[in-house]
Design a protein around this ligand. Sequence first.
Ligand code: FES
Ligand SMILES: [Fe+2]
Length: 380
Amino acid sequence: MTIEKSRATRSAPSLDDARTRHQRARAVGLSPDYWYPVLRSRDLRAGKVREVQFQGSSLAVYRGSDDKVRVLENRCAHRQLKLSDGKVDGCALRCMYHGWAHDGSGHISDVPHDLFGRAIPRTKIGSFPATERYGLVWIFPGAPELALERSVPDLVELEPGNGWTHVVNSFVFDCHHSVLMENVCDFSHAYLHRKFAPFGPDAKLTRLERETDRVLLAYQTKVAGGRVSSLFLNGPEVDTQAIEMAYEYPYQRTDTGGKILEWCFPVPVNDTTTLAFFIFAFAPNTFRFPLLPIKMPSRLADGLTRIGNVAGIRRVLEQDVRAVALEQSAYEQHYAKPVPDLNPAVREIQDLMIDKWQPAQLDVRPAHLAVDNCSPHPQR
Ligand code: FES
Ligand SMILES: [Fe+2]
């Protein structure tokens, strides 16, 4: 099934025309055969539908009256109007024009007008697996048989009751996913963040290893060395002199002393737009009262994390949002110019992205879920 795509217009070379590794990295997509977060659960209330895009394919994500999230190809089975312009009705999604309802498996479940002596058409649209974890709605746009095999990443620290605090941020980056991934993995851009110093200008790459589906890295550098953040970090408890990192295709994560963890989940919206969710998690006792030898109660640590998120983490990421958008437009104009990258990590990351990409994967592959169980009772 081909799903109509809204492709961003671009002047840079396609994969076929790409001549360098850099150009190839800027032209590959991300494999749809993984789980991708597309929305925060709280942004999709029961009875609501939202449009999301994956690699130019439009999907309608909705929450039925039973509180379950379902994902359909975003076109009605009649004249292909966007279902995200329609309405949720029970567990089905109704088109705004003739009102045909589609259940979670993509079948037409109701036609609210005379059938002129005919049966309800058996045409159906694509449906996709969806689940919710860590306050996020995850979808699986790829080969349906892999959806069970490849689970949503296990972030055990975030399970309730283990004492960690965490914050979730999402940003839309006006750039190709490779530009974002290089940004989060290559610490040579400390200059951009010199005001907040999330890592130092002297960051030394101490590990770089390519495995089949991942690149493992480590930097020796002062992490979270900004004036305010270092005041609240519990020095003796948290080793902030080094950071471990992995590009575990298609996600990225970091680990600072086993106490500060970060995950980046990029979603390729189209060739020049990437949505990304960032989760930052902090172990118990990561924070202290400035200058006092007193442990910080977890409730206060929660509040401090949220304040730190707005005052620090988000401001650092906003600097990246601006820089990568500028890089993308510069690339569109100057793609033929040489790119003398110094950090060898960039090359490894680009190689992994290129190795993992098969052009046929540009199409999302609807699972065509066979049955849609609609329980009249909410699940939570
Ligand atoms: S156009 Fe969607 S139901 Fe007719
Ligand atoms: Fe950055």
